[in-house]
Ligand binder design. Structure first.
Ligand SMILES: *Cc1c(COP(=O)(O)O)cnc(C)c1O
Length: 464
């Protein structure tokens, strides 16, 4: 494509984007296609010659769009939100235009310096103390992997990378069953092994780790000659929003010198509102904290904010400097590729700058507070209806419910009925072995009326 043709196509796509968002409520939220429907429309072999942009865009509408689930739909109440606020999208257009590899300070000083400042803005916004330094990881999964690798190296006196794990003491990491599956994968990839991820039972309405059980598990492991390495705690677990009591968990961990990583991938965004910070009281004692601005906060995927109390431990675990990456004469500058597993890095901080400046923290807080209030109101509405029972109370904007007196198969059939209907989108999870329906609101364009429609659809199809 010629650069002279670029502005025309760019303008067309911008117009398309605005129209897409304006009319999103008219589309079914979840893709209504069958497996293989889309693949069947894509040619088996690549074209030998060039094709025109108009033909490609026409096929995008015809083939691709019917196969999309609309994550930006205001009636998306499934999983967690993945907001792409318009200022963040515009920043990403600029990032794609510059297409810089921001692995070292020198490979784009603005990207590095912007990242340092934006993560410090976020640190202040969520109320973490000044000693935390931040880095943007591509996902919470990567941040958790980096944290687990750091616990491993710290527990092995920094010899794991050099010598491998065979012949080393058996490492143990502790977490409840409410943590995300990315914790299991981090344990696998770090070579620690699933059997050494010790599941600590949960207690109480927030389904947090039982601190006495954690203490007992650590003591038993030490007595057995194993080496406890760290704890992965959660604030806002994926299933029901479980929150560990960080004050208690961190106190136990510190008594044994263990590293603590807090996964607040979803709920961390809510900490921009001081009134929600009681959910993670004690977080200032953690060694590592992750939250995803790419979920609830509006910075489009991918953008995961990873804060560490001691960056040196992370850098000592991950930094590697072959000759071609040395930045001679610039010692003391931050090279963020030494803070993460991948070398290459996109300029992700720019969208945070655009986003935070466009809304202001107060504009972002208002959105999140509304979501929480609307979700609580819907939980109350369903509670008042004998056809439903609330299984877990709202944690921020997430709660779970069941059709009262019905078995698991009926709950699943209900979720399928709702999603086939298309007006809203919900997902299921299990609580204490029983199937439940999950509801969360977090899409930036969602209104109180969208949540009312959700209540209407749930009651209408629940009665069917
Ligand atoms: C979404 C989520 C993750 C995974 O986040 P990615 O950025 O997709 O890796 C991890 N933990 C929790 C609690 C989550 O909600």
């Amino acid at each position: 494509m010629d650069w002279d043709d670029f502005p025309g196509w760019g303008a067309k796509i911008s117009d398309w984007a605005a129209e897409y968002h304006r009319t999103l409520r008219d589309r079914p939220v979840r893709a209504q296609t069958q497996p293989g429907d889309i693949a069947a429309q894509l040619p088996d072999a690549p074209p030998e010659g060039p094709e025109g942009m108009q033909a490609i865009l026409d096929d995008f509408e015809r083939i691709v769009m019917p196969g999309m689930t609309h994550w930006q739909h205001p009636r998306f109440f499934a999983y967690f939100p993945a907001n792409a606020a318009p200022p963040s999208m515009l920043a990403e257009m600029l990032v794609s235009t510059l297409a810089a590899q921001c692995m070292l300070w020198q490979t784009s000083p603005a990207a590095t310096e912007m990242e340092t400042r934006m993560l410090d803005w976020l640190r202040q916004a969520i109320g973490l103390p000044e000693r935390f330094a931040g880095v943007i990881q591509d996902s919470a999964s990567s941040a958790t992997l980096a944290a687990v690798l750091t616990m491993r190296e710290r527990a092995l006196d920094w010899q794991g990378n050099a010598e491998g794990l065979s012949g080393m003491p058996r490492l143990r990491v502790y977490a409840s069953a409410e943590v995300h599956s990315s914790v299991d994968r981090a344990i696998w990839v770090a070579g620690i092994g699933q059997e050494n991820l010790v599941r600590v039972p949960v207690a109480g309405p927030l389904r947090g780790m039982d601190a006495a059980a954690l203490e007992a598990a650590i003591a038993a492991d030490i007595a057995a000659g194993h080496r406890p390495a760290g704890v992965v705690a959660c604030t806002g677990g994926t299933g029901t929003g479980a929150c560990d009591d960080l004050q208690e968990v961190i106190a136990v961990a510190k008594r044994h010198g263990l590293y603590v990583h807090v996964d607040a991938a979803w709920a961390g965004a809510a900490m921009i509102c001081p009134e929600f910070r009681t959910l993670w009281t004690g977080v200032e004692g953690a060694d590592s904290v992750v939250f995803n601005p790419h979920k609830w906060l509006g910075a489009q995927f991918d953008c995961s904010a990873h804060f560490v109390a001691e960056p040196d431990a992370l850098v000592r675990t991950l930094a590697i400097q072959p000759e071609y990456l040395k930045t001679h004469g610039h010692d003391g500058l931050i090279n963020y590729s030494e803070w993460s597993v991948p070398l290459g890095r996109r300029f992700r901080a720019l969208k945070l700058w655009f986003l935070i400046r466009s809304y202001g923290l107060e504009g972002l807080r208002t959105r999140l507070r509304n979501h929480v209030a609307w979700s609580r109101a819907l939980a109350d509405r369903l509670r008042a209806d004998p056809a439903f029972e609330i299984v877990t109370e709202p944690v921020l904007s997430l709660f779970t419910f069941r059709l009262a007196g019905q078995d698991d198969a009926t709950q699943l059939a209900f979720v399928n009925r709702v999603n086939d209907d298309g007006r809203i989108y919900l997902t299921q999870t299990k609580v204490d072995g029983r199937m439940v329906v999950r509801f969360q609101v977090g899409q930036f364009d969602a209104t109180e009326d969208d949540v009312r429609v959700a209540g209407d659809v749930i009651r209408e199809l629940g009665a069917a």
